[in-house]
Design a protein around this ligand. Sequence first.
Ligand SMILES: [Zn+2]
Length: 73
Amino acid sequence: MHPITNTEFQEIWERLTKAKFNTNDGKPLFMCYICCSQLRRSHQLMKRAMKAEELLTAAINNGSELPRRGNAN
Ligand SMILES: [Zn+2]
């Protein structure tokens, strides 16, 4: 089990849930390795999405015309 208090997991949890992590509310203070792994992956996805948003905004502001459909379809 991994502690949550004052770790990167606390920060990620707070960002994803938009709720303050509170050590006195009776909720768990430790996470299993599976939850840690999923939380890390969620955080990576969030960071990639934010980076993509930033790059797309910059491209549009620089006058680029972007395809409105993804390549996968
Ligand atoms: Zn778990």
